[in-house]
Design a protein around this ligand. Structure first.
Ligand code: NAD
Length: 330
């Protein structure tokens, strides 16, 4: 089986090459992203392996199909970038890695919360320069604070467990009920209650038509003054312009992002010698109470090992014609 990888970095190549010792597939790694101009490169490959910002829309799928591709193997959990209906119509199967390490994302969520609160990033720079003044570094106790989680799946639950350990009250909203969440002491609420009572709100639901811009002008209006907002899920859950307005009005006092709606043009690349053209992103960066990381929440060695193993196992199942455990259907 020949697998063509799009959007790869050196770390993808290392982890997939190691995992492939147990499978023996023919792997070809490319740094290029998948889009309508690169889809043609899939010629001669039955499987293409893609990541979060690769474009897998109808046009791209038609080209992949014409080149003989019959499996899209996502090396991530989210699949909002794939037109599943078009794939099904073309007879292309889609598989993903539904769970690799919820801890990686939950722990990064905590890193954003703790850094924004205790300003360790600023303290690090100050101490390096011999400045030991504390003015401007004051935080608050997480113990006793109310944290609202939107989405109580694997990552939401892992985050809830950590927050409970910190002594937080955890509110949760999900379209599905969860006995697990209740058993660890998460209080199920509606969204309005969660907005009105949370000191910190963290997003852990997928990007769907229902959750697109779930954080908007109206939802921000309902939140407590001084809210801390965290998004490690998908950029388009947040209307960035509404959030900028919330920051300017000092309604939002802390913003932690690992994802951004227009991240495909920015993230995973070194643009340090270029002029960034995205004015919304640059405005976000200009606030000293905004902390942005470039979609790195998943980026632990444990997660990469699991992602590589599960992706190749998905391909093996496809090759052997057995049922696809991790298939994504429309
Ligand atoms: P999951 O499928 O286990 O859980 C998602 C939860 O969201 C489910 O309980 C589902 O019922 C709920 N949900 C769906 N629609 C909802 C809605 N309209 N309102 C409220 N809840 C809703 O997924 P997971 O593994 O916990 O991952 C969550 C998301 O995290 C993924 O969809 C992905 O976008 C994101 N993610 C980000 C990174 C990163 O590196 N930043 C890595 C992995 C996953």
């Amino acid at each position: 089986m020949k697998i063509l990888f799009f959007s790869t970095k050196i770390y993808d190549q290392q982890f997939f090459t190691a995992a492939n010792e147990a499978f023996g597939f023919e792997l070809k790694f490319m740094e290029l992203p998948l889009n309508k101009s690169t889809a043609v490169l899939a010629k001669g490959h039955e499987v293409v392996c893609v990541f979060v910002n690769d474009i897998v829309n109808t046009e791209v799928l038609q080209e992949l199909s014409a080149q003989g591709v019959s499996l899209i193997a996502l090396r991530c959990a989210g699949y909002n970038n794939v037109d599943l209906k078009a794939a099904e119509a073309l007879g292309i199967k889609v598989v993903r890695v539904p769970a690799y390490s919820p801890y990686s994302v939950a722990e990064h969520t905590m890193a954003l919360i703790l850094t924004l609160n205790r300003k360790t990033h600023r303290a690090y720079n100050r101490v390096k320069e011999g400045n030991f003044a504390l003015q401007g570094l004051m935080g608050f106790d997480l113990h006793g604070k109310t944290v609202g989680l939107i989405g109580l799946g694997k990552i939401g639950l892992a985050t809830a467990r950590i927050l409970k350990g910190f002594g937080c009250r955890v509110l949760g909203y999900d379209i599905a009920s969860s006995a697990k969440a209740e058993s660890i002491g998460v209080e199920f609420t509606d969204l309005d209650f969660l907005y009105r009572h949370s000191d910190i709100i963290s997003l852990h639901c997928p990007l769907t038509p229902d959750t697109y811009h779930i954080i908007n002008k109206e939802s921000i209006r309902k939140m407590k003054n001084g809210i801390m907002l965290i998004n490690t899920s998908r950029g388009a859950l947040i209307d960035s312009k509404a959030v900028i307005e919330g920051l300017k009005q000092e309604k939002i006092s802390y913003l932690g992002l690992d994802v951004y709606e227009e991240e495909a043009d920015l993230f995973f690349e070194d643009l340090s010698s270029k002029v960034i053209q995205d004015d919304v992103f640059m405005r976000l960066l200009s606030f000293n109470n905004v902390l942005i990381t470039g979609h790195q929440a998943f980026f632990t060695s444990n997660a990469l090992e699991k992602i590589a193993g599960v992706t190749l196992e998905n391909v093996r199942e496809f090759g052997e014609g057995t049922s696809l455990q991790n298939e994504v259907k429309p």
